[in-house]
Write a protein that binds this ligand. Structure first.
Ligand SMILES: CC(C)(COP(=O)(O)OP(=O)(O)OC[C@H]1O[C@@H](n2cnc3c(N)ncnc32)[C@H](O)[C@@H]1OP(=O)(O)O)[C@@H](O)C(=O)NCCC(=O)NCCS
Length: 334
């Protein structure tokens, strides 16, 4: 799916918030659980540490403060929200949806609220959906949450996956704005590659599978990621008549510094325009892009008028890009 967002209605991000768990887990700490080392993890992934949720912390517990911060930035109350989408693969439970739980906690009693599953690309899918609902006039003020508590579905004896992921959540408010906001979206999925990154014992096919953990073919996912980050961004830029020189800030999915470096080189983005925080958070799945947005806002790199390119990829296999002009000065506590 690809399309420009030029139908006479301008929609943008008017609020942004994030939340990560307090507990920092370093590479050295992980080497107490599995046969790995700080050197190996740093060299192969660029990750130094990640945040891990407390045993009693569920997704909605992290999402709630992120949503409150985003709403405050936008000058809105929970009751103003009429659409709430939570992109995640680790909801509080299968049902009720985490979106419904959050809508209740936020006082968004009139909101359509649902969870969306598109692996680490979930936030990009949710942005595109919210854009479409707002542009189509079905909703006026959307809250889009991307986040995961991946640590809950990792096998803590499997070094090939344990070292890569972390927990975290970001939230944005989408509204109509007077100036240009979103410019276009590209989304895709390739279910044939699904078994390269999956959680087979998690649904109606294999619910009794005792191994309820993420399984991954790292090399295949690496190949997919390096190809798709470039392809998706290039296709979208061409569709929107934008060149890489126009892009002020590139926000790729934070999976691995080597994957990001590859995409950055191929696309020709100068390194000072790339946002990287995978070193501090690891791969937070659907939380990755909104957390990177929040980091860029916090360090003053995300300013009104800037052209922002975001590309996510992940389980499905799925991918998605968005181009937008940032429209609002924001103070975000990263
Ligand atoms: C997982 C990944 C970091 C592995 O890096 P790699 O350079 O491909 O490493 P390999 O898989 O070739 O493994 C090399 C060796 O390191 C070992 N190894 C794997 N994980 C290790 C770890 N955490 N610590 C130490 N050694 C490890 C392997 O067993 C292998 O040993 P061998 O040569 O004796 O068989 C890399 O493939 C990757 O980043 N893939 C993408 C994963 C991803 O981003 N997934 C989420 C997408 S949303």
């Amino acid at each position: 799916m690809i399309g420009t967002a030029r139908n006479g209605v301008e929609i943008s991000i008017t609020g942004l918030g994030c939340k990560v768990p307090d507990r920092v887990v370093t590479n050295d700490e992980l080497s107490q659980y599995v046969d790995t080392s700080n050197e190996w993890i740093l060299e192969r992934t660029g990750i130094r540490e990640r945040r891990i949720a407390a045993p009693d912390e569920a997704l909605s517990d992290l999402a709630y403060p992120a949503c409150r911060e985003a709403l405050q930035q936008a000058g809105l109350q929970g009751s103003d929200v009429d659409l709430l989408i939570v992109a995640t693969v680790t909801p509080d439970m299968m049902f009720p949806s985490t979106a419904a739980i959050l809508a209740d906690r936020l006082g968004a009693g009139d909101a359509g609220a649902y969870d969306l599953s598109a692996g680490c690309t979930g936030f990009m899918y949710a942005l595109a959906q919210a854009y479409g609902m707002l542009a189509g006039g079905l909703a006026q003020r959307a809250l889009v949450v991307g986040g995961d508590i991946l640590s809950r579905i990792l096998d803590w004896d499997d070094r090939s996956t344990l070292v890569l992921f972390g927990d975290g959540v970001g939230a944005v408010v989408l509204q109509a704005v007077p100036e240009q906001g979103f410019i276009g979206f590209e989304l895709g999925a390739d279910g044939a590659g699904g078994a390269n990154l999956w959680l087979p014992g998690s649904g109606s096919r294999l619910f009794d599978d005792p191994e309820k953990y993420v399984k991954m073919n790292g090399r295949e996912v690496f190949k997919f990621a390096t190809r798709i980050l470039v392809q998706s961004a290039e296709e979208l830029m061409e569709k929107c008549g934008i060149t890489i020189e126009d892009v002020d800030l590139y926000i790729p999915h934070q999976a691995n510094v080597r994957i990001i470096d590859h995409a950055t080189r191929k696309l020709g983005v100068p390194s000072e325009r790339v946002v990287i925080n995978v070193d501090r958070y690891g791969n937070t799945s659907s939380g990755s892009i909104p957390l990177a947005l929040a980091d860029a806002a916090a360090d003053g790199r995300l300013r009104p008028g800037q052209l922002v390119l975001m590309t996510g990829m992940g389980a499905g296999l799925t991918w998605g890009s968005a181009l937008m002009r940032w429209t609002k000065e924001m103070e975000v506590a990263a």
